[in-house]
Each structure stands twice: as structure tokens, then as C-alpha cells.
Design a protein around this ligand. Sequence first.
Ligand code: NAD
Ligand code: UDP
Ligand code: UDP
Length: 323
Amino acid sequence: MERQAKNILVTGGAGFLGSHLCEKLVEAGNDVICVDNLYTGSKENIRELLTSSRFEFSRHDITFPLYVEVDQIFNLACPASPIHYQHDPVQTTKTSVHGSINMLGLAKRVNAKILQASTSEVYGDPEVHPQEESYWGKVNPIGPRSCYDEGKRCAETLFFDYRRQHNLSIKVARIFNTYGPRMRPNDGRVVSNFIVQALTNRPITIYGDGTQTRSFCYVDDLIEGLLRLMDTGDDVTGPINLGNPAESSMIELAQLVIELVGSSSSIDFKPLPVDDPRQRQPNIDRARVTLGWSPSVQLRDGLAKTIAYFDGLLRSEGRRAVR
Ligand code: NAD
Ligand code: UDP
Ligand code: UDP
């Protein structure tokens, strides 16, 4: 698909997904403004981009107003890992709610298309499996995950109200668990935890009995889905699920990581966190039909690339012996 060069704002652009997105947008010849308060992101993620004249970084918290002139906004700012979003839950809700209001106000003023990085967490602990976009979800409004889940749900409400009230061109992507290089080793998410534990031959921590499931999408596939969604006409608003329907239990994931790393790690069962969803798998029929998109990277191949990334990182930090 032909993509014309644009001025594009990426909030959360120094994070895991945001940095990959900025890279693809710059490669395609766009001018990118990356706004990030570096709460969970880092300048290291965008180090190579900083040398490009098409890329600009601004340290800013989107809960405060932002005045820039752009054609498109990808709103990715928000900590995504449970340990980080629960560290300062009020700030997490503010980022989703006040942050979205500011970015929608900006989109309204400059007449920009705006895409929200929503999440499969809007489905909560789902009673419908696999999850399709018409399912309203089962979310605890007052638990430790609520700051993230309800913040993201409210952000979706705001996006659709700005659409109805101000006729904005909105896109809502419901992203399912995504992994790949540039996840932080201490992020607390399952893929990074298991890989770092396996590489350092420490016990793999499985929360609960490990029969809970997730469906893991490799980062390159996910970014392609976001780009295609932004390229759609004004009639396409979503919500639209983006993820890989291949579902694994946490035990299966642990075994695969141990095998791919060739690790001698044992498995250590730990208590299951409160409100941890039992199962999660996207129905991606809407993405297939509307965007002509489906993921192409198998879990085994994506994990191998991610393991290679963490291996390099740990060696450079001296946490893994060079063989
Ligand atoms: P991440 O934590 O690596 O990135 C989030 C970025 O947002 C970080 O760079 C952080 O510093 C920045 N940020 C946080 N609060 C901010 C604020 N108030 N102002 C400015 N910047 C702020 O997480 P990620 O995995 O890259 O997730 C990116 C987006 O995608 C998030 O909105 C997340 O909810 C969504 N998402 C991710 C996944 C996934 O599996 N990775 C799944 C569903 C949804
Ligand atoms: N806003 C912003 N940048 C802009 C325009 C608006 O950050 O370029 C913020 C503004 O501070 C406001 C929010 O977006 O709080 C919502 O703007 P909107 O115009 O929708 O509402 P209003 O200004 O009427 O409250
Ligand atoms: N998990 C685990 N061990 C870990 C980290 C997470 O078993 O070291 C489990 C967690 O309880 C959940 C699943 O892995 O059931 C996915 O967790 P993650 O935090 O990556 O994503 P989310 O729960 O937000 O989908």
C-alpha cells in the first residue's frame, strides 16, 4: 500500500511498541514527534532514531495539554505491565483518561486522525472465548487491575464520544499480548520474565497452576496491524482486535522458552495475582476482513528473536557469561 509522508505524533513513543512504531514511520519517510515522559520507556529504545532529521523526541506527560501540529496521532502512552501500572494507579487512570482527552482535544483542533492503543484487558476475565469486538467484557471496577482496565475502557468511551460529538476520525485497536525485542528485562510481563529467568538458569516463575492462557503476537505483526488501521478511511473506527490467535498456557510457554534457550531452569509455582484473567484469545475476523491483516510470525520464531535480543542485552550487562 502506498503511504504518503505525514507529520505524525506518537505518544509513548519511547516504549516497547512505540519505539518500533516510530522506527517504521520514519523508515516510511514520515516526520515523527515522539512524546514520552519516560515512565516505563527509555531513550535507549530510540537511540538510533535520535540521529534522524525526521525524528524529534519531546519529554512530556500527556496528562498535561500539548500543542503541536500533526496529521495523525498514535496514542500509545500508558504503562502496560501490571507491576508498572499498579505502582501509581491514579497516574495510570489519569494517563488513559486525562491523556486521551488532551490528545482528542489536539486531534480536534488540528483535524488529525487519532488511533488509540486499547487492550484486550477491556474484556477483563472473559466469559466469551475467543473474544470478539462485540463482547462487552467482565471487568472488576475496583480491583488492582482496574486502573488500567477501566482507564482503557473510559478512553474508548471518550474516543467514541469525540467521534459522535465532534465527528473526529478515530481508530481503536484492542491489542492482545505482544512481545519482542525492547521489552524491559524487569518489566514483569510473562515473556520477558521467562526468557530472562531461562537465560540466567534461575527458576521460571509460573503464577497459579499455569493453566491460564494468553495468545502472544510478535511485535512486527502488531505494528503492521496498527499502520494498516491508521490507513483506513474515516468510516473505519474499530474497535478492532489485533493479536495472534495462537493460544498457549503459561506452562506451555515456560516449556517452550526452556527448550529454545537450552536452559536448566526449574519451574517455581507462585500465587496467582488478583483478577488474573483465566483465558484470552482474539477473534481477528474483523482485522482480516477490514485490514487484510493477520499475524505471520509463529510463537517459536518470535521467541527465538526475542531470546537473541535478551541474550545480547544480558551479556552486555555482564549478567550472562559469554560462552
Ligand atoms: P511500555 O510501557 O513499554 O510503553 C508505554 C510508554 O508510555 C512508555 O514509554 C512510557 O514512558 C510512556 N508513558 C506512560 N505514561 C505516560 C504519560 N502520562 N505521558 C507520556 N508518556 C507516558 O508499554 P507497551 O507495551 O509499549 O504499550 C504501549 C501501549 O500499547 C500502551 O498504551 C498499552 O496499554 C498498549 N498495549 C500493549 C500491549 C502489549 O502486550 N505490549 C497489549 C495491549 C495494549
Ligand atoms: N488540548 C491540547 N492540545 C490542543 C487542543 C486541546 O492539549 O491542541 C487539550 C485542552 O487542554 C483540553 C483538552 O485537550 O483540556 C480537550 O480539548 P477540547 O477542545 O475537546 O475541550 P475543551 O478545551 O473545550 O475543554
Ligand atoms: N505470569 C506468570 N509468571 C510471570 C509473569 C506473569 O505466570 O513471571 C502470568 C500472569 O499471571 C498472567 C500471564 O502470565 O496469567 C500473562 O501475564 P502478563 O503480565 O504478561 O500479561 P497480562 O496478565 O496483562 O495479560
